[in-house]
Design a protein around this ligand. Sequence first.
Ligand code: BUP
Length: 458
Amino acid sequence: MQSDQPHIALLPSAGMGHLTPFLRLATLLVRRHCRVTLITTHPTVSLSESRLVSRFLSAFPQVTQLPFHLLPLDPSTANSTDPFYLQFETIRRSAHLLSPLLATLSPPLHALISDVSLISSVIPVAETLHLPNYLLFTSSARMFAFFSYFPTFASKSGDDPATFGDVKIPGLTPIPRSSFPPLLLIPDNLFGKIFREDGCEVNKLNGFLVNTFEGLEAESLETLNGGKVLKGLPSVFPVGPFPPCEFERGDCGDQLKWLDEQPAGSVVYVSFGSRTAMSRDQIREVGDGLIKSGCRFLWVVKDKKVDKEEEEGLDEVVGLELMERMKAKGLVVKKWVDQPQILGHSSVGGFVSHCGWNSVIEAAWHGVPILAWPQIGDQKINAELVEASGLGIWVTSWGWAEEVVVKGDEIGERIREMMGSELLRGQAARIREEARKAFGDGGSVGITFKQLIEEWKA
Ligand code: BUP
């Protein structure tokens, strides 16, 4: 370890969609000879989180683990039933315990990089320790523009969700009210409270790292760094795309063997991320749609938000009869798969995705076209971008997960459309080239990290 290299502490929040990019960032920092301390919260919400942290720490013994034991939270005081949002709040209410822990680190820290759900609770910690305070935003730059502009927008609209219209940020295509994370339109809930409290504090940070690149999000990056979203907004650093890492590799031999047997570009991969619990009715329509598409498919089924609660088998969740009918053309699994490896397999030609940001970036990295089907949270805002960039198509009428059950006929038709589109394939391949260029020698990732490391050392 070179002594002149900066020491950076990383504080991820709950859920794989937040943890994964933090660990990929940690990998990139280690490769650039930074000293990294990973703050690991205990307990975690899901098994996948604790497993991934263990695999990361075994792969990088040079990273210091700083265990952070959370104070218990009485859920009745938090206005949410979502285990991941409750964990955000638990970390927020425990954050004051971090100052003495971080103060003992040697050599002393040069910067702290934490998650978006923790902004206002981490600011006092960074101030106490006189520590430069950065954010790794785990969604798109477009979503970050929405997040930082939202307090201005809300106060202009009288702070009443009932009167909110579309968000028009100068330089950015408008974000319709229908794309807002649904919880922002409901008064008095934990997600909305955190979103607004933290959005008001962004100007107190030193900078924002976003897992994105010009070739995908030029418009948002220019708007953010051109001062159009918020006066005085600190720099937004496009540090992406983060490529999937070796330590994430899971055992997916069966799926890879099956994919090896399929023709190139023939398989549609279907997954709605790590925290979408799909209804039984919708699951059955998805199965029906996959059969009707006539395509080969690899489908990851999830019917619980938290993996610890996934007890029932596929026959129960999907139904025996449908499982039988799907055997001819598909592989259906109900467990954690190695998504980056699947997306990188030559037989995969399309991705039905909820548009969690990591999934979008992984699809861009491998040049796989997306059929966007946002389910919750930031996913419609990401889907707008998927469509606008040419990486995929989005059927806006499908709505949020809890709104409608989309019928198999329509799902099948749209899958055929995506899988048969030469145009989409070409556009996705172009975005892949942009992604690889950004990450490659002389690309924006290297340049941006060099700039950040200089800033941390100063
Ligand atoms: Br499910 C699943 N295997 O089986 P997103 C997910 N992943 O590797 P989310 C697997 O988890 P948020 C599986 O590759 C991606 O890196 C996937 O993150 C990986 O969506 C990550 O795509 C999922 O951002 O989180 O899980 O809905 O809502 O926070 O975006």
